[in-house]
Design a protein around this ligand. Structure first.
Ligand code: ATP
Ligand code: MG
Length: 276
């Protein structure tokens, strides 16, 4: 059934993001708790466009068990835009990290869940583009889900290409339909894997990989380190399997980086006993 503003009552504020506020709400008749992201009517055009894009991407991705559930969207009479999401009651990986770093055993599970989410997004030609600890949510059942699709992008340009192509689009080559999926210069899928690798690294060491613990980022230095330096490497305490897994994510050249589907077969996360 379609959920409207009148069906919901506010319980609490869960967080503030760029241009929006996320509330904990309850459905008055079903008593189900949801997270409601509200973009105010006076938000700037970019914020509004991002919210509309987030809605269309969530709708496409919602059947994946490791993507936050989507339960509809509506516009209030005031002009506020609202997105109804599954409520994740366990905070994010960023808040979890505040309680202490993650063991390899725990990271194995976290890595596999995020990868399954990423693999299903990438299969649907969606790049997340903002993978980081704060955007991976947890719940008390132990579920781990990818959230925050505000800057995500649908890479498949089939319809757009067909509509703009002068002539018969039936003769267009595959890479013209979807350059990113066929080795285009910018590979958004591989970019998600890089961010995923840094996220796991951070959960293991407790701070952003390119910085010392507690060091404040100086963006120019950081950018140089990322672009011109070697990829960060894990401390001695890390097992060879974990080390190899992180190396496969943090290849400097995007074409050398493993895909989400490949990483799911890596011995660090693989459920297949043969590879252990
Ligand atoms: P930013 O761009 O600053 O990260 P945003 O406006 O894109 O923020 P989100 O990251 O989607 O918004 O959400 C902001 C915060 O609200 C999250 O960090 C999280 O604490 C909380 N939140 C978002 N979605 C949910 C959810 N489904 N369940 C529980 N909490 C949520
Ligand atoms: Mg966010």
């Amino acid at each position: 059934d379609v959920i409207t503003a009148a069906d919901l009552e506010n319980l609490a504020v869960l967080g503030h993001g760029n241009g929006g506020t996320v509330y904990k709400v309850r459905h008055k008749t079903t008593l189900v708790t949801y997270a409601l992201k509200v973009i105010h009517s006076n938000a700037d055009a970019t914020t509004r466009r991002r919210a509309l894009s987030e809605i269309s991407i969530l709708r496409r991705a919602t059947d994946s068990p490791h993507v936050v559930g989507f339960h509809g969207s509506f516009e209030k009479p005031s002009g506020d835009l609202a997105i109804v999401m599954e409520y994740m009651d366990g905070g994010s990986l960023e808040t979890a990290l505040a309680d202490g770093t993650f063991s390899e055993e725990r990271l194995k599970v976290v890595a596999r869940d995020i990868l399954e989410g990423l693999a299903s997004l990438h299969e649907r030609h969606i790049t997340h583009r903002d993978i980081k600890p704060a955007n991976i949510l947890l719940d008390s059942k132990g579920e781990i889900k990818i959230a925050d699709f505000g800057v995500s992008k649908l890479m498949c340009r089939t319809l757009e290409a067909c509509n703009s192509y002068v002539g018969t689009c039936a003769y267009m080559s595959p890479e013209r339909f979807d350059p990113e999926a066929h080795g285009g210069n910018y590979n958004g899928f591989a970019a998600d894997i890089w961010s995923f690798g840094l996220t796991l690294f951070e959960l293991y060491v407790g701070h952003f990989p390119f910085l010392e613990a507690g060091q404040r980022p100086d963006w120019a230095t950081l950018m140089c380190a990322i672009c011109y330096g070697d990829p960060p490497s894990l401390p001695e305490s890390a097992s060879p399997k974990f080390r190899s897994f992180i190396e496969s994510c943090l290849k400097k050249e995007s074409q050398d980086r493993w895909t989400a589907a490949q990483l799911l077969t890596h011995p660090f996360v693989s459920k297949d006993p043969e590879t252990h």
